[in-house]
Design a protein around this ligand. Structure first.
Ligand SMILES: Nc1nc2c([nH]c(=O)n2[C@H]2C[C@H](O)[C@@H](COP(=O)(O)OP(=O)(O)OP(=O)(O)O)O2)c(=O)[nH]1
Length: 136
């Protein structure tokens, strides 16, 4: 299973997390917006589709920058989770799929319960945003 997800980064450095809705796997946990890549779909196209479905925003595939990944078990299946950074989108994110949205600094992510596969990605994302992906 390939899952694509985005760290939407605001000008002030905050990142958007969304809370998974009740009744779904991992309900209540805070995740990066995204979802499963469908058969035959390119990852960037899948992520642009998911961001539109889940948040109502428009994202150009060229504005999705590959950042890091997790290779982990997900309920007995292998999951490759591809994380992208995105600083540019059209529209205002709305919780069309999630229970709630929250803008948090990387250092605040540990305060929110996240899926296990995401935990190792937090310090990597933090470091990338401070260095290679610095907006400055
Ligand atoms: N979107 C997202 N999913 C994550 C993250 N971390 C993580 O383990 N996952 C898992 C949760 C789910 O098992 C899987 C994503 O599947 P999903 O159910 O949200 O995908 P989908 O939107 O395509 O939904 P569906 O049509 O299968 O219901 O990846 C993350 O940061 N973001």
């Amino acid at each position: 299973m390939t899952v694509v997800a985005a760290a939407l980064v605001r000008g002030d450095g905050c990142i958007l997390l969304q809370q998974r809705a009740p009744g779904r796997a991992m309900a209540g946990l805070w995740e990066f917006p995204g979802g499963k890549v469908e058969p035959g779909e390119r990852p960037e196209a899948a992520l642009a589709r998911e961001l539109h479905e889940e948040l109502g925003i428009g994202v150009g595939e060229g504005d999705l920058i590959a950042a890091t990944f997790a290779s982990a078990d997900n309920a007995g299946r292998h999951m490759l989770l591809l994380l992208y950074v995105c600083r540019k989108w059209q529209g205002t994110p709305a919780a069309l799929d999630a229970t709630a949205l929250s803008w948090v600094l990387p250092g605040e992510m540990h305060d929110l319960p996240m899926p296990p596969a995401d935990i190792p990605l937090i310090p990597i994302l933090d470091a990338l945003l401070r260095t290679a992906f610095s907006a400055a």
